[in-house]
Write a protein that binds this ligand. Sequence first.
Ligand SMILES: CC(=O)[C@@H](O)[C@H](O)COP(=O)(O)O
Ligand SMILES: NCC(=O)COP(=O)(O)O
Length: 237
Amino acid sequence: MTKLSVNVNKIATLRNARGGNVPNLLKVSSDLEDFGAQGITIHPRPDERHIRYQDARDLKKVVKTEFNIEGNPISKFIDLVLEVKPEQVTLVPDSVNAITSNAGWNTVKFKDFLSEVIKTFKQAGIRTSIFVDPDTEMIKGAKAVGTDRIELYTESYAVNYALNKEKAITPFIKAANIANELGLGINAGHDLSLENIEYFAKNIPNLLEVSIGHALISEALYLGLDNVVNMYLHKLK
Ligand SMILES: CC(=O)[C@@H](O)[C@H](O)COP(=O)(O)O
Ligand SMILES: NCC(=O)COP(=O)(O)O
């Protein structure tokens, strides 16, 4: 069975919009686990525009399932992860100004750098995953740098799903088969949603975990608004 790790970046985005503590990131994360989430993912960015570094420290005390911290391994990120010691760290090659993650690692070009960082995290007992496009050379490169898992970057699947889902998933099945042959664990994420997740999970062999945030939180808003509007109307009667 594939585990669902909920990415709570958007909860922090909403909280930061007003400067207070609503919604409460720690309570939401803990409630998500009570509702069945099998992991909590955060992606602190250098500008701390949503998740703050302190959130990572606070969440470590609250998360009872699997804590996954994603990010570009700049030195302050490495220090944070080594301090917090989540169950899993996912390395993502973000550029500072990118609105969201928009590429997988070039595991061949960054072989030495990734090998060193992965060794550091593994020595600290933290499982490693690296964000990659569904590309044969990049997956072989991921094996060469010693990572435990890869996270398949699923934006192209999500974008193309509505046009032609068989075509959209083909490179991901091929990538998963190669990863399985090499003994790499497989995670996946980015723009997965209620619309496209079932087909992905059914077709990717040995998909261990998906991390989902943007769509899941948006869907929760849509699916909850009817209920909440009626609760307000009731109070205004
Ligand atoms: C690694 C990845 O795929 C991202 O989707 C990510 O973790 C989300 O980050 P933002 O919430 O900053 O867009
Ligand atoms: N690793 C991907 C992730 O955590 C969530 O991405 P998204 O669902 O916010 O696109």
